[in-house]
Design a protein around this ligand. Structure first.
Ligand SMILES: Cc1cc2nc3c(=O)[nH]c(=O)nc-3n(C[C@H](O)[C@H](O)[C@H](O)COP(=O)(O)OP(=O)(O)OC[C@H]3O[C@@H](n4cnc5c(N)ncnc54)[C@H](O)[C@@H]3O)c2cc1C
Length: 390
């Protein structure tokens, strides 16, 4: 059986990006994707500026813009009648339907020498030996020198490697649908987040006159009368979103995923590494999952290429990926945890949003952390004190 350099399980943003980066290094890869494109995916669909920069570096910005993606300038937070609008200090975000983004990635993989993208091919299991990895798929066996788990939040690769950790109870779910706005209504130039007592709604411009509405909530907020009905109730309970969607028509049916949080005990093993959501997921509230997947995919490909060149693919040889990934994701993960904590303490959250509204420059700095352009420590104690009003 022919042996390729790497088999990548999952043809979402993380898997395709690793494949394209490895191919640039002259590596041969097989990408196994159980689905077929185009396909929908439950996501807020807001790509932060560092993710947009990755798209550009992969030569994918043009095709993605042509698919109807919308630029956004920043994030607007609304808690009750308190609001703040922040602009990205660098670059811009992109609201892009996953239907188009993932299909564009798959198309680029299909056109790239060295990448063999196999659609409708599911991983069943794999075994690792001293010379490589043998992967059983429903499309026949594949032999590779290493395996990359890019198979999303429910990763089977992670499970087989024994890297799945017990999740601390998170009961947050994500629900979303697209809406075509009534004539004369604009999709806007920000991702707008509306936090209420139980639910956060966020609206992302995803096309001309079109938005994606994502709701983050507990399972009990879904009720028992169907996803579309649950989303309709959440919209009705949030007057500004109800006003925006007045006269709008849903595009397709609502979709749900959850629980959102996935813990991992590690991201590397002998001849194996995890990227994207397979390497762990905290929450969708800060909307940087795709961007982190793209940024860490570049690192994964660089480390894997180095290890393949050196002929050493044991856990120690892949350790620079684990440490580099921890460094790249640490502050954004911490910011997500802080925001999750904040939205459980409504009075404080309202106060912080009020402060952000009064100090747009400070909001810009927070967004710089959120979009990977600055470290949390750069905010400094003085600005932190301003935020907390102490
Ligand atoms: C409600 C919600 C809102 C979000 N909002 C945002 C946002 O606004 N901005 C943002 O950047 N991120 C957001 N995210 C996070 C973002 O969706 C993920 O971080 C991103 O999709 C991760 O990409 P991935 O390639 O790792 O995984 P995925 O996109 O999940 O891709 C995994 C792929 O693996 C395939 N696969 C799985 N198992 C197998 C198998 N056994 N064999 C073969 N193939 C397999 C799947 O079919 C899939 O195509 C949100 C997430 C949720 C849940």
């Amino acid at each position: 059986m022919e042996q390729v350099d790497a088999v990548i399980v999952g043809g979402g943003v993380a898997g395709c990006a690793v494949a394209l980066r490895l191919a640039r290094h002259g590596r041969s890869v097989v990408v196994l994707e159980r689905g077929r494109y185009p396909r929908e995916k439950v996501c807020g669909e807001g790509l932060m500026p560092h993710g947009v920069a990755q798209l550009a570096a992969l030569g994918m910005l043009g095709p993605v813009l042509q698919s109807g993606a919308r630029r956004f300038e920043g994030i607007a937070w609304h808690i009750g009648d308190t609001s703040a609008i922040g602009r990205f200090p660098e670059g811009f975000g992109l609201g892009v339907r996953r239907r188009h983004l993932d299909a564009a990635f798959a198309q680029r993989c299909a056109e790239t020498a060295g990448v063999d993208l196999r659609l409708g091919a599911s991983l069943r299991s794999f075994t690792t030996d001293t010379a490589g990895v043998t992967v059983a798929t429903d499309d026949g066996p594949v032999r590779a020198r290493a395996i990359v788990g890019a198979d999303g939040r429910g990763s089977l690769v992670r499970k087989q490697l024994g890297l799945a950790a017990t999740s601390t109870a998170s009961r947050r779910y994500g629900l979303r649908n697209h809406f075509r706005l009534a004539a004369g209504r604009s999709e806007g130039v920000h991702v707008a987040v509306y936090a209420s007592d139980r639910v956060e709604l966020y609206v992302t411009p995803t096309g001309p006159g079109e938005v994606n509405l994502a709701a983050l909530c507990a399972k009990e907020d879904l009720g028992g009368d169907g996803l579309d009905a649950a989303l309709a109730r959440m919209i009705e309970a949030c007057p500004p979103v109800a006003a925006l969607l007045d006269g709008a028509s849903p595009v397709g049916e609502a979709g749900l995923v959850g629980p959102l949080r996935r813990e991992v005990s590690g991201v590397i093993a002998d001849r194996a590494l995890l990227v994207g959501d397979a390497a762990g997921f905290v929450d969708a509230i800060t909307g940087e999952g795709m961007s982190l997947a793209l940024v860490t995919a570049e690192l994964a490909a660089d480390v894997l290429h180095g290890a393949l060149t050196a002929g050493r693919l044991d856990r120690a040889a892949l350790a620079p990926y684990a440490s580099g990934r921890a460094r790249l994701t640490r502050d954004q993960t911490l910011l997500t945890e802080i925001i999750l904590w904040g939205i459980r303490h409504r009075t404080l959250a309202r106060h912080v949003v009020r402060q952000l509204g009064k100090h747009p420059d400070l909001f810009g700095r927070v967004l710089a952390v959120n979009s990977g352009h600055a470290a949390l420590a750069d905010l400094g104690l003085r600005r932190l004190a301003t935020l907390l009003g102490v």
